[in-house]
Design a protein around this ligand. Sequence first.
Ligand code: ADP
Ligand code: MG
Length: 377
Amino acid sequence: MSDTNATLSGRIALLEATLLEKERTGEALRDSEKRYRRLFESAKDGILILDADTGKVVDVNPFLLHLLGYSYEALYGKHIWELGVFKDIAASKEAFTILQDNEYIRYDDLPLETIVGQPIAVEFVSNVYFVDSSKVIQCNIRDISARKQAEDRQLESYRKIKELNRRLAEMEETEKRTLSAILHDDFGQNLTSLSMSLNLAKLQLNGQTKGNANLRLDDAISLVEKLGDQLHTIISDLRPTVLDNFGIFAALKWYSQQCKLRTGVDVIISGDTFEDRLPLQTEIIIYRIIQEAVSNAIKHAGTSCVELSASKKEMLRFTITDNGKGFDIEKKSDMGGRTGLGLDIMQERAESIEGSLSITSAPGRGTKVILEVPYTI
Ligand SMILES: Nc1ncnc2c1ncn2[C@@H]1O[C@H](COP(=O)(O)OP(=O)(O)O)[C@@H](O)[C@H]1O
Ligand SMILES: [Mg+2]
């Protein structure tokens, strides 16, 4: 082989190698393009690519189209500030410069709207980079509506708990005021009378004043008995010992007797009874709810009879019914427009033991309160 031939075939081999290399590079590029496309098409986050100089949409992935409800054609080639859906990201051409000038922007919670006007919350991250010699902005958009809803629900339950605590504190204050009024008015007055009777008896016994000391002492004895009864009532109202010792049904029986004695209203108990004990705290809450429902019937319904029936199936169910004047549930008041805290607190107390409370009433149609509590708690 001549030298010239050898050089020529060497060059051809070199050319072939270069061509092969180019082909391989091209293939590698095509492979990488394919991989990118696959990622782009199958991503579970929205991706929007903008031309960083013009602000026009140059690509958008199916996930984002699906999320927003737009077609590819509706977004492609449009300026981002023309698209209503992105009004909070690029409300104007000027706002777009923020995206252009910052290599990385992150908004944790942006409100977007789908094509049908449904609000969605998104997390928005933008990156600016070069593709060949042109600058692009890649925006990654993640739907965080479900997370936001869960956060909102949590906030709402914190708010409810705070409100419940405030109301319970308010109710405690009212109870303390009532107790101090009872101590002052009834108990205090009887104590003063007792003291007067004893002082008078002493003066009569010493001969300083005329009169029958025995009669004064009789007064004093009956006042001491009265005071004993009052003290017993106050203690039982604060916390019926029968509830601690014998459980909810015994306490309800005791309460119905107290109602008859104090107000003349019959509280008729019927249905299933059971001896099993629930956790004491649960029993106290059930007792307080029923006590409020019955005392509402006695106070507001204007009836001489209240029915309290109990049933024990999958749930413990207590139904308190009166045929009295009823009230407008929405307004939580009677025709005179009086409102109170009792009904709300009954509701909240029921929820606090995983139970539920339903109240049915209408002016002139009586009232039915149903409390259901899971039996296993
Ligand atoms: N069984 C009932 N019959 C008639 N009205 C009722 C009855 N229960 C509740 N109400 C009405 O609902 C209002 C709110 O009740 P509640 O929240 O317990 O407050 P309160 O008893 O302190 O007035 C009452 O003022 C009353 O007008
Ligand atoms: Mg009440």
